[in-house]
Write a protein that binds this ligand. Structure first.
Ligand SMILES: [Zn+2]
Length: 176
């Protein structure tokens, strides 16, 4: 418990790269094993779409028929992961189930990436991350992921969606 709160405090230091980034599973070469070794708890459920305060939808959080995004914290190392799931419902029962697990440095970075990246962009995340394809896992992406500056992500969000301010997003109540 003391260990967990020490790590949370570290995350609040602006500009600091948390010592638990990326989560320990990113150092496991075998992707199946890495997936099996991850035990997380839910930090945020971002749901299946990103909404603006006026009720309009900015983008969907899944590529196919069903799915969504969650921010999870590793129970072993405290590292954060943004997980997107996308389910394809085939008319003859040949469903497809896809997952992408992206390392995230802070809760704020997770929130900003959720807003910035639409479902396809997250699926094609260029940096090394864990991909699930019908429950078979692999590492994809060439470059090592690096923590992003949340202020830079905000600038990219405003530019990409031609917004004047971040106030158009619903404020989330923190569950403390
Ligand atoms: Zn971990």
């Amino acid at each position: 418990m003391a260990e967990a709160s020490r790590k949370t405090n570290l995350l609040k230091k602006p500009g600091a790269c948390p010592e638990n980034y990326p989560c320990h599973i990113f150092r496991i070469a075998d992707a199946e094993k890495a997936h099996n070794e991850f035990h997380g708890r839910l930090i945020r459920n971002y749901g299946d779409q990103v909404w603006l305060r006026d009720g309009s939808i900015l983008h969907s959080n899944h590529v196919w028929d069903d799915g969504g995004r969650r921010l999870l914290r590793c129970k072993d190392c405290g590292g954060l992961l943004l997980k997107q799931t996308s389910e394809f419902h085939g008319i003859y029962g040949e469903d497809g189930y896809y997952e992408d697990w992206i390392p995230v440095a802070t809760e704020e970075e997770g929130e900003m990436l959720n807003i910035l990246l639409d479902a396809l962009e997250l699926e094609n995340y260029p940096c090394r991350h864990l991909r699930g394809n019908n429950c078979s896992y692999m590492w994809i992406g060439d470059e090592e992921a690096k923590p992003c500056d949340p202020e830079d992500l905000k600038r990219r969000i405003l530019e990409k969606y031609r917004l004047k301010s971040m106030d158009v997003f619903r404020k989330r109540k923190r569950r403390e």
